[in-house]
Design a protein around this ligand. Sequence first.
Ligand code: ATP
Length: 169
Amino acid sequence: FDPEESCSIRSNTIMGDNNERERTFIMVKPDGVQRGLVGQIIQRFEQKGFKLVAMKFTWASESLLKEHYADLAGRPFFAGLVKYMNSGPVCPMVWEGLNVVKTGRQILGETDPAKSLPGTIRGDYCIQVGRNIIHGSDAVESAKKEINLWFKPEELIKWKSNEDPWLYE
Ligand SMILES: Nc1ncnc2c1ncn2[C@@H]1O[C@H](COP(=O)(O)OP(=O)(O)OP(=O)(O)O)[C@@H](O)[C@H]1O
């Protein structure tokens, strides 16, 4: 029994070979890591049906974080944001699936945890905007930029999930 072969036969039969879908960049921030929430966060994306394409555990440099948050460089909280994001390791990931950028943001909740509904990650696990435990791309274009910034192309793993035909018509 070759699981890889069985996997590709099933997916090829039902979906064809071009089943690459939208991708988003999700990152557990240093407070999420310190508070032991990496597993819970992964579980929510997995259970929804999204497919993990890349993941690492890293302590991001200030220069990488400044580039990641370049759009916010003029904001008064920028220096504090970079310091917070550089205060410990983070867990950046790439998730794939239909509408994963928009749905991913819904799974995260609002930027400000106080405005996030229970049932969302920020609604359930955190309190303040400056310690909101997770990042998620806000658009398909920014997802592409962020994925390129945090991952090398060879770190994005191509694989076929046996769940595909049970998730998509
Ligand atoms: N008023 C604020 N005070 C402190 N930190 C803030 C404030 N506003 C935003 N931030 C921090 O900057 C991050 C980026 O802000 P942005 O407005 O881009 O929100 P977002 O896109 O929901 O967040 P993220 O990009 O982290 O998913 C927020 O997630 C939060 O950590």
